[in-house]
Design a protein around this ligand. Structure first.
Ligand code: SF4
Ligand code: SF4
Length: 190
């Protein structure tokens, strides 16, 4: 059964003397290569050079702190539930007296891990989070030598407490999302 109309009849004709030298074919191939040397390069010397990427590029995740430096994540597990790659795991713990300045809610993620090898950077965890605690960023996940090194814990995910080093995620909030959050009866981030 014919699958396509593309057929090529194989010729059994004898090569001429010039063809049997292969030189014309070699020079034709080299001419194609030489032409490409002078064309504009489409590759860049990464990591020295980096391409411009979109403000809402979906790269490495960050766990946000609030204005007072407290971790926003309340270990509700919605991000893990939404994750199609099952890349997120966490262990919840109860905030004890004296930890109010560390954690925003009474429950927090004692352990929070993302397996960057499993992650497909779909952003569903960001969309699912009711506390605006997890965002993807423009940072590209570093290359590593072992599989274990790609499991990112809180040490790599939680943003710095220093206000100057905080990650600005305001550009990830579309007008539609911002309008939604202005509806008091609909607000999810309280
Ligand atoms: S970006 Fe997608 S795949 Fe990656 S952790 Fe979030 S939900 Fe899972
Ligand atoms: S990051 Fe958001 S969705 Fe995930 S556990 Fe924390 S609060 Fe819940």
């Amino acid at each position: 059964m014919t699958l396509t109309n593309r057929t090529k009849v194989v010729s059994n004709k004898q090569m001429t003397f010039v063809e049997s030298l292969y030189l014309p074919a070699i020079f034709a191939g080299m001419w194609i290569t030489i032409k490409h040397v002078f064309r504009k390069k489409i590759t860049i010397k990464y990591p020295e050079q980096k391409r411009e990427i979109a403000d809402i590029y979906r790269g490495q995740h960050i766990l946000k702190r609030d204005e007072q430096g407290r971790e926003r994540c309340t270990a509700c597990g919605l991000c893990a539930l939404a994750c199609p790659a099952e890349a997120i795991t966490m262990i919840a713990a109860e905030r004890i007296a004296g930890e109010e300045k560390l954690y925003r809610e009474e429950k927090y993620a004692k352990v929070y891990e993302i397996n960057m090898l499993r992650c497909i950077y779909c952003g569903l965890c960001e969309s699912a989070c009711p506390k605006e605690a997890i965002f993807l960023t423009q940072k590209i996940v570093d290359a590593e030598y072992t599989r274990e090194a790609f499991i990112y814990g809180k040490d790599k995910l939680v943003e710095p407490i220093d206000m100057d080093k905080r990650i600005d995620v305001s550009k990830r909030q579309t007008d539609k999302v911002l309008k939604f959050k202005q509806l008091k009866h609909e607000r999810h981030n309280i």
